[in-house]
Structure formats: structure tokens, C-alpha cells
Ligand binder design. Structure first.
Ligand code: DC
Length: 228
């Protein structure tokens, strides 16, 4: 990864507050924001758009050949496109959420999207980028100056998710979250911090507290980085 761009790598499970915290940290630092999960989701959308079952790895790899993705790194103008289609909202639909782990499980796919993530950061033209996902601290940017694992208790994660999805009942949300955890943990260990990765437990923190905890880690590392 280009060392001129200051990377803040943030991993964590669904409902840890990862996306909203990462976006806000990027805003306050004037950094770019890269939501890597959105890229996996966009590829799942693309496969579904071609009528492909995402459990068919060969077919997914084939459609990856014409996966024309554009993703904004601006935390205030977040948007994802595949070809001419604006898929920003569509990639959050349950049919995509259900299909995405099939895509994320394919090693060639992971390899290809990781190269794309690194290129997006390097060509961002920004001083820094907050990159969030499941394997950013370990695989995508293991040399990033700031590496954070955001965690929260399963109960708190389920409660946060059901507050976001007001139309669904809490038990169904908790159930879906546990299923997501199980399928996501097949591709990356996002529950324990790798060596050198700072774990930030947000169970007892509100949004502002979580943002500040991450910013404090960035400030520490920026001082060291700037002193070099
Ligand atoms: O963070 P999210 O829910 O938008 O992620 C969507 C899916 O992509 C989820 O199944 C986990 C997977 N993912 C991954 O395997 N590696 C990443 N770096 C980011 C997401």
C-alpha cells in the first residue's frame, strides 16, 4: 500500500457501529472513506442481475470479468454504481445481503477486490483514507499506521441493528445477525484483534464516544508518523 496515504484500517462485525463510526472519523479528519463490504455487495448485486446463483463460484468469477464498479470515497457523498446503475440502495436489500457471503467466500474474488481496494486508496488523491471491512487490519492493509477492531456485545449489536431496521422485530434481527456472524466468520476472524491491532469495545460507548476512541488512536499514531 502507498505509504503516502495515511490508512486507518477498521474491522468489526455487523452492528459494531463500524460503518457509521468509520464514516464520521473520515469526515472529521478530512479523509476518504472506503466501505469494502459495499464492493462485495455490489458484486453480489451484479451476479444476481445476471441471474446467477452466488453459491456457484465459477459463474461468479465469470461475471466478475465485466464488473464495472465505481465507488465514491467521499464520506458526504457516498455512492456505489455498477455500470450505469446506481446500486447504493439496492445493495442493502435482503436479497443482496443473503447472496453476498457466497461471493465473499471465493478466494479469487477476495484477491481481485483486495487489489482494487489498494488501488482505490493509492489513487484517492487524499491525505488519508478510512478503510472498513472484515480483513482490512489483517489482509488488505496490515501495514496501516492505525489498525482498529471495533467490537460490541452480541446483545448491543442486535439492539443497534433493530433500531436501524424499525420495521423488523428484535428477535428476528438478532437471529439474522447471528446467521451473518456465522457465515462471515468463515472468511475472516473479526472477533479477536490480530497482533498490533487495537480493540475498541463500543458496548458501553455511545456514537460520539466510539468516534472519539478511534480519533484518539489516530492522533497518537499521526504524531509518530509526522515525527518520522
Ligand atoms: O460490512 P457489510 O455487511 O456491508 O459486508 C457485506 C459482506 O461482505 C459480509 O458478508 C462480509 C463481507 N466482507 C468481507 O468478507 N470482507 C470485507 N473486507 C468486507 C465485507
Amino acid at each position: 500500500m502507498n505509504e503516502d496515504v495515511f490508512v486507518v484500517a477498521i474491522d468489526g462485525p455487523a452492528g459494531s457501529g463500524k460503518s457509521s463510526v468509520s464514516k464520521e472519523v473520515a469526515r472529521r479528519l478530512g479523509f476518504g472513506y472506503l466501505d469494502t463490504g459495499a464492493v462485495y455487495r455490489a458484486l453480489a448485486w451484479h451476479a444476481l442481475d445476471h441471474g446467477i446463483d452466488t453459491s456457484d463460484a465459477t459463474a461468479v468469477v465469470e461475471v466478475m470479468g465485466d464488473f464495472d464498479l465505481s465507488i465514491s470515497l467521499d464520506p458526504d457523498e457516498y455512492g456505489v454504481r455498477v455500470g450505469d446503475a446506481d446500486v447504493t440502495a439496492a445493495i442493502r436489500e435482503p436479497r443482496v445481503a443473503d447472496a453476498v457471503s457466497g461471493v465473499a467466500r471465493i478466494p479469487i474474488v477476495r484477491h481481485a477486490v483486495n487489489a482494487r481496494f489498494r488501488a482505490l486508496v493509492e489513487l484517492s488523491g487524499r491525505q488519508g483514507v478510512v478503510v472498513e471491512g472484515r480483513d482490512i487490519t489483517t489482509v488488505v492493509a496490515p501495514d496501516a499506521p492505525v489498525r482498529v477492531l471495533l467490537t460490541a456485545s452480541p446483545e448491543v449489536r442486535a439492539a443497534r441493528r433493530s433500531a436501524e431496521l424499525t420495521s423488523e422485530d428484535a428477535a428476528a434481527v438478532a437471529d439474522a445477525l447471528h446467521r451473518r456472524d456465522a457465515s462471515d466468520s468463515a472468511v475472516a476472524d473479526f472477533t479477536t484483534a490480530a497482533p498490533g491491532v487495537e480493540a475498541v469495545d463500543t458496548t458501553e460507548l455511545d456514537f460520539e464516544g466510539s468516534v472519539r476512541a478511534v480519533l484518539a488512536l489516530v492522533e497518537q499514531k499521526q504524531e509518530v508518523h509526522d515525527a518520522r
